[in-house]
Design a binder for this molecule. Sequence first.
Ligand SMILES: Cc1cc2nc3c(=O)[nH]c(=O)nc-3n(C[C@H](O)[C@H](O)[C@H](O)COP(=O)(O)O)c2cc1C
Length: 132
Amino acid sequence: MVTTYKELLNRADAGMALLRVLTDNSFDSVLITDSSQEEKIIYANEAFEQLTGHDPCSVIGKTPRILQGPGTDAKVISRLSVALKSGGTFEGKAINYKKDGTPFIMHWRVLPIKVGEEITGWVSIQRAGTVI
Ligand SMILES: Cc1cc2nc3c(=O)[nH]c(=O)nc-3n(C[C@H](O)[C@H](O)[C@H](O)COP(=O)(O)O)c2cc1C
């Protein structure tokens, strides 16, 4: 993309300022990945740290796969992969792992960020689920 998300998120325009306040203060965890950087994380909010134990700064440049482990259901991840490849949306639940290794149920949505026809990135909204 012409403008990287990092530049975009720091831009001083009204729309971006509003979006920044919303995502920074959301009760739900928010992750954004950049398609031009192999789906690496370019933004995580404070709620992500509360949910996973990962400091948002420490996950920039990594992929959300860091949350997966032996108990993560491969069928759910394969459904997510299909959505990513086809530019669709995903909602599901699976076992994920906090930074200290504690398993928990992740309930999350992944949605494409479309600029015209181009998918420039993906946004995920995440919370702890109760049952799978
Ligand atoms: C924005 C976004 C958020 C994601 N969040 C999670 C997550 O919270 N938990 C998880 O297990 N996978 C998550 N994923 C999925 C992995 O990053 C990866 O796309 C998935 O494992 C499929 O790739 P693979 O088949 O190469 O593992 C997310 C993906 C994207 C694009």
